[in-house]
Design a protein around this ligand. Structure first.
Ligand SMILES: NC(=O)c1ccc[n+]([C@@H]2O[C@H](COP(=O)([O-])OP(=O)(O)OC[C@H]3O[C@@H](n4cnc5c(N)ncnc54)[C@H](OP(=O)(O)O)[C@@H]3O)[C@@H](O)[C@H]2O)c1
Length: 293
């Protein structure tokens, strides 16, 4: 396998995610250098053939492609800023989860030092990396992304969103928001049926089938949102859903279940009705969220 196909890579940050990233690249034949603040975490990778860098500067200069996956952006900057000069002319693919603004700031820092910058959102857990189902979102330098695309595809499906380095993080956090809404809704439902002694396992079966069936409604709601026209003739209006939500909140109180998750949604719906949008499509709640109130 040629060096062009499997260029040397460096992985900085060998926590659960970084270690698995390094393992996958190493197994695919990439000459792999590794560095971690706590050096012992590199031992299993060194045993598999990785080269242990003695410091960050050595790690960065070992490869044209440097992957960083640490706890947060503060840690990433603490590690990388002192070696900016050594980094010049190389590519940084940054996997640490952060906000779009943090990614954009990092991209500006990288551009100022002649470093190609690609930001990534990882839609995967450590065991998923390198297997079907792992999705990696990328944004930032398209040149750098295309140059190393084949290597990045070893980790999971690689989707590129554009030159704005904040986009991968924006999609990542938006998808997580949809996911957490589903999980929190499940926890709330489990507490409700749990008040009658129903097990969470029983409820999980019910909820999985229901939530899966409901996902067909997402493109339908998206049409209202994208057009900005919430006129509807069907029964899924703001007022209809407000009644349903009022009932959920009342039942929760009656059964002694906390309303921390459902009360803010009830308030969003109530505000839409108060503002005269009761007959509009349920999707109009989006406008209240977008307005940040
Ligand atoms: N785990 C997941 O399922 C998952 C999924 C998607 C995204 N993520 C994101 O991926 C990133 C890494 O997650 P992880 O699960 O691999 O975390 P982790 O297992 O807790 O590892 C954290 C890594 O960051 C390093 N680190 C923390 N503070 C540092 C500092 N000040 N200076 C240098 N190194 C520092 C740690 O080094 P030491 O070993 O020296 O402590 C370790 O290598 C996070 O941003 C996380 O949100 C994780």
């Amino acid at each position: 396998m040629s060096e062009q196909e499997r260029p040397p890579v460096t992985v900085i940050g060998l926590g659960a995610m970084g270690s698995r990233i390094a393992e996958v690249l190493l197994a695919a034949g990439h000459p792999t250098s590794v560095w971690n603040r706590t050096p012992g975490r590199a031992d299993p990778l060194v045993a598999q053939g990785a080269v242990r860098a003695s410091g960050v500067a050595e790690a960065v200069t070992a490869s044209p492609l440097v992957l960083v996956c640490v706890l947060d952006y503060a840690a990433a900057r603490e590690i990388l800023e002192p070696v900016a000069a050594e980094f010049a002319g190389r590519t940084l693919v940054h996997f640490t989860t952060g906000t779009p603004q943090q990614a954009r700031e990092m991209a500006r820092w990288a551009a100022g030092h002649g470093i190609g910058y690609v930001d990534s959102g990882m839609m995967a857990t450590p065991p998923m990396i390198g297997k079907d189902g792992a999705r990696f979102l990328y944004s930032g330098s398209q040149d750098a992304f295309e140059r190393y695309r084949r290597s990045l595809e070893l980790l999971g499906t690689a989707e590129y969103f554009g030159e704005d380095a904040g986009l991968a993080s924006l999609y990542d956090l938006a998808l997580l928001s949809a996911m957490y809404g589903m999980f929190a809704g499940f926890f709330h439902g489990a507490a409700l049926v749990g008040s009658a002694g129903v097990s969470a396992a029983d409820f999980a079966e019910q909820a999985a089938a229901w939530v899966t069936a409901m996902t067909v409604g997402l493109p339908y709601d998206a049409e209202f949102i994208d057009s900005g026209d919430y006129t509807t003739a069907d029964e899924q209006t703001v007022a209809f859903n407000k009644s349903a939500f009022d009932m959920i909140v009342q039942a929760s109180r009656e059964e002694g279940v906390a309303v921390d998750f459902v009360a803010p949604l009830q308030a969003l719906l109530a505000r839409q009705v108060a503002e005269g949008h009761g007959a509009a499509s349920f999707a109009r709640v989006f406008e209240g969220i977008r307005a940040g109130r």
